[in-house]
Design a protein around this ligand. Structure first.
Ligand SMILES: *Cc1c(COP(=O)(O)O)cnc(C)c1O
Length: 485
């Protein structure tokens, strides 16, 4: 496909601005050369973006079972709310009393998320799940330091945690101690008992974990950590499996983050904007980043917490993501939310049961919202890898599941169908998986070269990440072509 600069034809343009009808300002420093902008008619520009859109694959194109990162359908009603100019056309510096409605949106979401997670207070500031984790760790750190406890330098992270957990702990200045999983995919309790001690600042638990398993020993886990004097952080990015049914606050956790751009329905991907609100129990609330929104009488105010560890993000977090989450929660209501998690779990188990006769499951048994297949034996038999199968699924018109994650499962494919898919879609998806598995057994070569139907097939992922070529090279002669006169 042509790049926009290749499509550009000198002199083609569209007029968006009216002609200047006021005196031109004198003495402003003007650039000498016009910037390199593509020159296109409006319809050509529209077609360019239309074509680009066709090259991408989203939930609105087909089935998208990407495990660990809830890529679910986001109801259109959210977009109606977030395009209202009463929300979009305000200035972040507008005085509190002129934006009471926006403060109410934030306040109500704080309250609802606190109720959903079983926490006492909430900050909406973090712009991502990982930033939420960092926030939680800063709360834990501030708490220990406030009681003069400086020995606690370690954070315990089970090996089935999301990769951001150890990364956030390291960023917050902690040493990471890993504990292994047991053969059922839960935290190994003996390993945990050995790992805790006077230097334990806390534990971060992804639950359900990246194997799609709800740890049945969760109460024992938080007890062990608390007895050692540590605090417990719940990575709630996988809340899609438990929302409306179980609350981290009731399981002994002191703080938690949720991902609004997963569970609470903001389009996810492309680097944002996201939102990872953090909730905590009352004894940690004084350390929260500021501001949070409070209600006094009938008015809403921004409040700075007394021992706040500072600010995480400019202004108030990603406001429109917050608004989407509120819309989503209010549209579903209490019963709707718990129905959501019921369907998320049911759909994952349904797909897993359909695929189990055709592929090894890493942890057979009941899963939560996602499940992990292991293609280790399959690859030994056929030479076809998890990558090959993922590429083959593209030719079936669906997005592949996550590959090679979690790291503790070899040749992993991790699938999360989400709650919005109906039985017919799941049946079709199961047939597609089974067709590709069979193709690997009968015609492995064709999978080594898949996909055959997409605009690009197997880009060099390392090169794309390390040496991205994202700037158009105009060449020198172009520079002298345009002069502003
Ligand atoms: C997605 C995810 C995160 C990180 O969230 P980001 O918004 O991508 O930073 C953390 N933990 C789990 C379990 C996740 O699925």
């Amino acid at each position: 496909m042509e790049l926009i600069f290749e499509r550009s034809k000198k002199g083609h343009r569209m007029d968006l601005f009216p002609a200047l009808d006021v005196p031109a300002a004198e003495g402003l420093p003007l650039r000498e050369k016009a910037p390199h902008l593509p020159e296109l008619d409006e319809v050509e520009l529209d077609r360019h973006y239309g074509q680009l859109e066709k090259q991408a694959f989203g939930v609105n194109h087909g089935f998208y079972p990407l495990g660990s990162c809830t890529m679910k359908y986001n109801p259109a009603v959210n977009e109606i709310a977030t395009s209202m100019k009463e929300f979009t056309d305000i200035h972040p510096m507008a005085p509190e009393e002129t934006v009471q409605g926006c403060l109410e949106v934030m306040y109500r979401l704080q309250q609802l998320l606190a109720a959903i997670t079983g926490m006492d207070e909430m900050t909406l500031q973090p712009a991502a799940g990982a930033q939420g984790e960092y926030t939680g760790l800063r709360l834990i750190r501030a708490y220990h330091l406030s009681s003069g406890d400086t020995k606690r330098t370690k954070i315990i992270v089970p090996d089935s945690a999301h990769g951001t957990n150890p990364a956030s702990a390291a960023m917050a200045g902690y040493e990471v101690v890993h504990v292994p999983s047991n053969d059922k995919g839960g935290v190994d309790l003996e390993g945990l008992r050995k790992a805790v001690g006077e230097d334990t600042a806390g534990l971060m638990l992804t639950n359900p974990n990246t194997l799609g398993i709800f740890d049945p020993n969760i109460l024992e886990i938080t007890r062990i950590v608390h007895e050692a004097g540590g605090l417990c952080y719940y990575d709630g990015a996988n809340m899609n499996a438990v929302v409306g049914r179980a609350r981290p606050g009731d399981m002994g956790f002191d703080c938690v983050h949720v991902n609004l751009h997963k569970t609470f329905s903001t389009p996810h991907g492309g680097g944002g904007p996201g939102s990872g609100p953090v909730g905590c129990k009352a004894f940690l609330a004084d350390f929260l980043p500021h501001p949070i929104v409070v209600k006094e009488g009938e008015t809403y105010h921004f409040k700075k917490m007394e021992k706040s560890f500072g600010r995480l993000k400019m202004f108030y977090g990603n406001f429109l993501v917050i608004l989407r989450a509120l819309t989503y929660i209010l549209m579903l209501g209490r019963d709707g939310l718990s129905e959501t998690s019921a369907h998320a779990v049911l759909n994952a188990n349904y797909l897993m049961k359909k695929l189990a006769p055709h592929m090894d499951m890493a942890y057979p048994g009941i899963c939560m919202h996602e499940f992990v297949m292991t293609l280790e034996h399959y690859k030994k038999e056929t030479g076809v890898s998890a990558l090959d199968v993922a590429k083959g699924l593209l030719d079936e018109g669906m997005h592949p599941p996550n590959m090679y994650f979690p790291l503790i499962v070899h040749e992993a494919l991790m699938a999360e169908p989400t709650e919005t898919e109906n039985k017919e879609t799941l049946d079709r998806a199961a047939e597609a998986f089974i067709r590709v598995f069979e193709k690997g057994r009968t015609d492995p070569k064709s999978l080594h070269t898949a996909p055959h139907t997409t605009p690009i097939g197997r880009p060099d992922e390392v090169k794309a990440a390390r040496h991205p070529h994202i700037r158009y090279d105009f060449g020198e002669q172009h520079d002298s072509e345009i002069n502003i006169s």
